[in-house]
Design a binder for this molecule. Structure first.
Ligand SMILES: [Zn+2]
Length: 345
């Protein structure tokens, strides 16, 4: 071995009979949107780029920090030191892997106002998010548009996967009609998380994705099954999940999450002592801002994508789209007051 040309890159996938030439060609023409490129999203992105998907749109609002490194496989210490936006760090790593995939990064907050733009042209949507609110939004959009998506979630040493093909199997709201009240479920913040669980869940989700892209018309799918993978105890559970005829989303076709344009509200980021804000009035000019930092600010980073500085014991990162990430607090009022002060300086 070792003498293979670029044309042979996908030889071992093509030799895998369920894929074959036809399946590989379909994969190479597919467009996917990945929402979130942290832990689950990193493994998903790497697997699908290595598999040779046509286009991968990656959306993520966060920056790389040192606590990401034990499980977020696309990032390294240099990314964390510089606090690079995750989509930019992901792009760098994925481009080093190479191959035919066109990667389209979006350093943006994903919500009801931009979901159509980011998902509508894709064949499949992958869940690399860290919060249920976003998953209910994705479910509403995908069910309303008859677009397949794969739910994946992980906390601690275990996680869940459910491939959702609207009309063919259960959707997220067939299983969980309403999001649980905030704080009632464990999160990565409270319970931690380990890479083996992330890898198991994301790999299973990536396998379902490749299967659906390679053989979209297959009638031989097993009934929709919620998989619970526990990488710590070494157990797997398959839970049969019939469709609920009275499901608010795929039954009654009621899509309330698409109507919520609460993107102006502050967001507490999962696993972070940080608040995300959007400007209430205008998108700041990064150049002007970088040159007129408020008194007492210590400048840290200035790139085309962001300005970062320390002020009042907090770290502010202001992105091109007008978002701000305020690290060092979980108090939205304090974060908002500081951001308003910066914008008015
Ligand atoms: Zn449903």
């Amino acid at each position: 071995m070792g003498m293979e040309s670029a044309d042979d890159r996908f030889d071992r996938q093509v030799r895998f009979a369920p894929l074959g030439e036809v399946g590989q060609t379909r994969i190479s023409r597919a467009q996917l949107t990945l929402v979130g490129c942290g832990a689950l999203g990193g493994v998903l992105a790497q697997t699908l780029v290595r598999a040779g998907v046509g286009t991968l749109i990656v959306v993520d609002r966060d920056v790389v920090e040192p606590t990401n490194l034990p499980r977020q496989v696309l990032f390294d210490e240099a990314h964390a030191r510089e606090g690079v936006p995750k989509v930019e760090a992901a792009l760098e790593t994925l481009e080093r892997i190479g191959g035919p995939t066109r990667i389209v990064p979006h350093a943006r907050h994903f919500d009801a106002t931009n979901i159509r733009e980011l998902l509508a042209q894709s064949d499949l949507v992958l869940d690399g998010t860290d919060n249920l609110e976003t998953r209910y939004l994705i479910n509403d959009f995908c069910v309303s548009e008859d677009l397949p998506w794969i739910y994946a979630g992980v906390v601690g040493g275990a996680g869940l996967v459910l491939g959702i093909r609207p009309g063919k199997g259960a959707c997220l709201r067939c299983l969980f009609p309403d999001p649980p009240a905030p704080g009632t479920l464990p999160t990565c913040d409270s319970a931690g998380v380990i890479l083996p669980a992330v890898g198991a869940v994301a790999s299973m989700a990536a396998g379902i994705a490749m299967r659906w892209l390679a053989a979209p018309e297959t009638q031989e799918d097993p009934p929709a099954t919620l998989l619970e993978l526990d990488a710590w105890n070494g157990t797997v559970r398959a839970i049969q999940t019939p469709r609920d005829p009275d499901c608010p989303a795929c039954g009654r076709r009621d899509f309330p999450f698409l109507e919520r344009s609460d993107s102006r509200e502050p967001v507490l980021l999962c696993g972070r002592n940080a608040v995300q804000l959007r400007p209430t009035t205008r998108v700041p000019d990064l150049n002007a801002l970088a040159e007129n930092l408020p008194g007492g600010a210590r400048a840290l980073v200035r790139t085309a994508a962001l300005v970062r500085f320390d002020l009042d014991e907090l770290r502010l990162t202001i992105f091109r789209d007008g978002r701000a990430l305020i690290e060092g607090t979980q108090d939205p009022k304090r974060a908002r007051a500081l951001f308003d002060r910066v914008l008015s300086s």
